[in-house]
Design a protein around this ligand. Structure first.
Ligand code: MN
Length: 508
């Protein structure tokens, strides 16, 4: 049994299956590199058979990363396993992760066959995968609703066939901690060759129990935890990496086992995943939510000032939130700015910093104190999100009022060329969006969701707008940030349209 908890991150596979999350190849690679810095043990990079784009992306990540194991997902069928093997082949440490549903309901309605046949296919899939790759993981999908004796048989036989990691997922998020811990414990006590493999768990959060279930499994002997950044994933999401890792760290007195995670990289990774997927983190989310470390009650504030530990159980610094001590102002120099941006994960040359410094001073003049969120907003406003936007907002003029028809004039840069249009609408945002549609000749874009919130503090706070749009069959999220909410709205819309445009190019 491993003396560490192995962290298997599936943000790029399960997390990416969230509607609207669709990441481009460049974004996936950037996230994978950040996951390597976070020091996860395994990165599930994709599901190679699902699309040629996904296969390419898994290959790219396999080539670029040296440290973690790169896994690809494959159903227990030949063509999936072969595509997966091709995808992870360039990796220094490749893994094929193959799965099949083992509960009666999956056997009957998904595979349309018998338990005996599922067992046979599982063994065959693992053997085939082992011929193509030395490291094979097998998942008994819907394990928590699988007959126990049958599950033991499956685990025993797939280990014998060559799987070195066996995953017992709670695919439907139905289990609860006592029951799940007990399942893992019974399994470990029953399967005769169980010590030849690492037992993994993959929990979903349908009842809000994914983290608790994963921790119960650890106490019962599971040694690989499958999870995602910000708890992204199908439906209510997966177990959240940051919650599991920080619980093991903060409550080491109980769990007595470590992970390899560099916790100081958690916040940066969370921010990057939010930026690229466009899916915001709820403000009260454990560990990475905006309010996770803010103390609103006067009594608590007073106590915290006297001693950190009065109400804080971990420091913001431990997850990489920095800059609480030093405040950037208009008097801060270029070096201070560069240093802080580096801490936030951005690297710039001296000449780039010079250019950014001017923009930084504009904000500093308005706001007096510049916080990390202001800098993140600045990075987004200059298009430093890791990928370049295709459409840039150049100019916007909006006239609106209670007794007039809202009118907007918008000019955007499309491939370096200025294009302009004016339009009316039901409100100023609608008018501006109509003008954008006019310029780009868009007729069938549907706005599914529009949200606005303030991201930084004070009267001059930056407003952040998140939109979700659908065009054809593609759904994407877009975000825009500005001190002006109409401008932020147009930026969010252009960000989403740029994503759709990029997705077109990426899909082969
Ligand atoms: Mn899943």
């Amino acid at each position: 049994m491993s003396d560490k908890i192995l962290i298997f991150d599936t943000t790029l596979r399960d997390g990416e299956q969230v509607p609207g999350a669709s990441l481009t190849r460049v974004e996936k690679l950037e996230i994978a590199k950040q996951l390597e810095r976070l020091n996860v043990d395994v990165i599930e990079a994709g599901f190679p058979i699902s699309s040629p784009g996904d296969l390419e992306s898994v290959k790219e990540i396999s080539k670029a990363l040296k440290k973690p194991i790169i896994a690809g997902l494959a159903r227990a069928v030949k063509k999936d396993i072969e595509a997966c093997a091709e995808g992870v082949k360039p990796a220094k440490h490749p893994r094929i992760h193959t799965f099949i549903g083992t509960s009666d309901i999956h056997v009957k309605f998904i595979t349309n066959t018998t338990r005996e046949e599922v067992l046979r296919r599982s063994i065959e899939a693992v053997k085939l995968a082992r011929n193509l790759c030395p490291d094979v993981e097998y998942s008994a999908m819907d394990a928590t609703r699988t007959d126990f004796d049958y599950l033991c048989k499956i685990v025993e036989e797939t280990i014998r066939a060559g799987a070195s990691t066996i995953n017992i997922p709670d695919s439907v998020g139905y289990s609860e901690p006592g029951e799940y811990g007990n399942l893992i414990k019974r399994l470990m006590n029953t399967v005769p060759n169980v010590n030849k493999a690492i037992i993994a768990v993959h929990c979903h959060n349908d009842l809000g129990l994914a983290t608790a279930n994963s921790l119960a499994a650890i106490q019962a002997g599971a040694r690989q935890i499958e999870c995602t950044i910000n708890g992204l994933g199908e439906r209510a999401g997966n177990a959240s990496l940051e919650e599991i890792v920080m619980t093991l760290k903060v409550r080491k007195d109980i769990y007595k086992i470590d992970t390899n995670i560099k916790t100081e990289e958690i916040y940066k990774t969370s921010k990057m995943v939010t930026r690229f997927t466009g899916i915001p983190v709820q403000v009260n989310k454990a560990i990475v939510g905006q309010n996770a470390f803010s103390h609103a009650s006067g009594i608590h504030q007073d106590a915290i000032l006297k001693n950190d530990s009065t109400f804080g159980i971990m420091t913001p610094k431990s997850i990489g939130i920095i800059g609480h001590e030093i405040v950037l102002t208009a008097r801060s120099g270029k070096h201070a700015l560069k240093h802080r941006l580096e801490e936030l994960g951005f690297k710039f040359s001296d000449s780039e910093i010079l250019e950014l410094y001017g923009k930084f001073l504009e904000i500093a003049d308005k706001k007096k104190e510049v916080f990390d969120d202001d800098l993140m907003a600045l990075m987004e406003s200059v298009g430093k999100k890791g990928t370049e936007a295709i459409y840039h907002l150049d100019y916007i003029y909006v006239a609106t009022g209670n007794k007039m028809v809202p009118t907007a004039t918008v000019r955007i840069k499309v491939k370096g060329k200025d294009e302009q249009a004016a339009a009316i609408g039901d409100g100023p945002v609608d008018a501006a969006y109509n003008a954008v549609n006019e310029i780009l000749g868009e007729k069938d874009v549907k706005l599914l969701d529009y949200q606005i919130r303030s991201v930084t503090s004070g009267k001059e706070a930056m407003g952040e707008v998140s939109v979700r749009i659908r065009k054809g069959g593609t759904e994407v999220n877009g975000r825009g940030i500005s001190t002006d909410v109409i401008e932020a709205s147009v930026k969010a819309y252009l960000d989403a349209l740029s994503k759709i445009e990029r997705a077109k190019k990426v899909k082969i």
